[in-house]
Ligand binder design. Sequence first.
Ligand code: COI
Length: 354
Amino acid sequence: MELLTDINVRRTTQSKIAEVDFADLEFGKHISDHMLVCDYVRGEWKTPHIVPFGNLVANPSTLALHYGQTVFEGMKAFRMNDGRINVFRMEKHYKRFVRSLERMCMAVVPKEIFVEGITRLVQLDQAWIPEQQGNALYIRPVVFASEAKFGVKVAEEYRFIIFTGPVPALYADPIRVKVERDYIRAARGGTGYAKCGGNYGGAFLPTLQARQQGYDQVLWTDARENRFIEESGMMNVFFVINDTLVTPPLSDSILDGITRDSLLTIARDLAYKTEERPVSVEELKNAFATGAITEAFGAGTAAVVAPIGTIGIDGEDYALPAYTKMSISSRLKLKIDRLRSGREEDRFNWNYII
Ligand code: COI
């Protein structure tokens, strides 16, 4: 790819890669050697710099620390079968990043800085891409309001950073989730569809309480009636009911998940029946009573598919059949893995080869 953006590069003289045990990765623990930093000042984005990864110096009045103007993305790079590097669904991640930034009134990072920044950074730190199937180099672009001024206002200065780190697949084993009827994640007209920091921070207390009750995550319900399922923890959610793959429809309270879209597209291509429609807690209970529900799973970039083994509804636990290689979710996950690694043709044009 021919690069259009000027990017200054200062390489590290002390790589930390020898400190990583690639056979025993932990999500979020290791960060690759370099990061990209780009500032927005006086109405324009300055030249991006790739520098050794390190701490930032922050003025305590930095606006993001007070009023929450922060937006991030999460995406993955893979080493393909033929040795090339693939950043999965770069275009769709960028579009969502823009939507999130716009919702939070933040300066929009130009596409060439996003795309070429990721390209250069991943190329430079390509030794950090795990080889093991299922593992990946996680890419974390983040923008925050960097203006140092504590008046309550839309910031006029922003900092865009990209860093990466090797990760394993999250939630490989079935999880226990609890239908959350008291707390909510997002309401109509709110920020639920944006990938802004507050959506995650606000979820910690209910999740912690669910953990104390023996669950791993919560199944979020709608803000108006606490009746319809919206998401699972920090992921979208799918059910297999009467052999149909069902997921709640997108709205302003549901994140437009890239994995959600990939799974739906692949499922339709494989001629599975799919439905994007509201799923009520009542419907789930009935589906357990009749045996119509055979699978439930979270879907997100970090985990791809997080199988759900048990759903707690109003104090009662409902068990799902065992997750096996024959599960629809397992087949769809395998298909995504094959497509991303180049073992299968990229029919949907999702691979961004760098
Ligand atoms: C993902 O599933 O990739 C997410 O967005 C969760 C992330 C905060 C780790």
